[in-house]
Design a protein around this ligand. Structure first.
Ligand SMILES: [Zn+2]
Length: 268
């Protein structure tokens, strides 16, 4: 379980009709104009959570505490302070609309411009560790960006930060992939966009894609260092992943070979 400092989160009701939310200088721009007159704000030490006034009691305060913890974890890896912003819509339909995507089926939260959008139906189904992992994963996307990167690197990096302090054993966090590997089916390539496409018929396939990506980043941190993984992420954004890997004496092919050996070693 996580070690988490307990911080007081102040619950503020934004007065109806007063324009207090949209005009408030204290809310970050990505949270203004949400649900005027019907929004509730909860603040952690560094985090801000904005939700509907219909949100279940205590949920926004819980999110503020967890977002503070997630912010500390992401800051600890990226080396700079963060002010997490979490938005809590009423439903998965509204979450998809806010994120500007067709659907968010099966996702507990999504990263959007400067904010994490919680998907209430799926977030509620997670246990406390899962909630922390998801918030940390999405906040990593928000803070580190995903542009110009292969999907295995940005999803794997977000899970690397997400699971880093979770205390979960690797075979538990990567249970679906471990079952495949034990059955003799070791993945042959780093997961690409098709592996991350939602597949309602086989949710395990999507889980395996995330786990495979996670273990690629975990391998890089174990083999080199966490600082090298963060450097690689930045360098890949600036110069492309091939050049970044070449600086470490790797190509996608040699990384793939070493990652496969690492996956077998970790999961069997
Ligand atoms: Zn992600």
């Amino acid at each position: 379980m996580r070690r988490r400092a307990v911080v007081g989160a102040l619950l503020l009701f934004v007065p109806a009709g007063g324009g207090a939310l949209s005009g408030s200088p204290i809310l970050p721009p990505q949270a203004r104009d949400l649900w005027p007159g019907r929004a509730v704000v909860s603040r952690g030490r560094r985090s801000t959570v904005v939700g509907h006034d219909t949100a279940p009691p205590g949920l926004l305060d819980e999110l503020a505490r967890r977002a503070d913890g997630a912010g500390r974890r992401v800051s600890g890896v990226l080396g700079r302070p963060l002010r997490p912003l979490v938005v809590v819509p009423e439903s998965k339909r509204e979450a998809a609309r806010l994120a500007g995507v067709a659907g968010v089926d099966g996702l507990a939260a999504v990263a959007d411009e400067g904010r994490v959008i919680v998907v209430p139906e799926y977030f509620a189904a997670l246990n406390p560790t899962g909630r922390d992992v998801v918030l940390t994963h999405e906040l990593t996307h928000v803070a580190a960006g995903t542009d110009r990167l292969p999907v295995w690197l940005y999803e794997g990096f977000a899970d690397y930060v997400g699971y880093r302090d979770s205390g979960l054993p690797v075979k538990t966090a990567a249970a679906e992939l471990a079952a495949e590997v034990r059955a003799g089916r070791l993945p042959s390539a780093l997961p690409g966009p098709e592996a991350f496409a939602a597949d309602g018929r086989d949710p395990d396939r999507l889980a395996r894609a995330y786990q495979a990506a996670w273990l690629a980043c975990r391998f890089l941190a174990d083999r080199f260092s966490e600082g090298t993984l963060v450097w690689l992420y930045r360098e890949a954004q600036a110069a492309g992943v091939d050049r970044a890997l070449a600086s470490l004496g790797l190509s996608v092919a040699t990384l793939t070979a070493r990652w496969r050996a690492y996956v077998r070693d970790q999961l069997v």
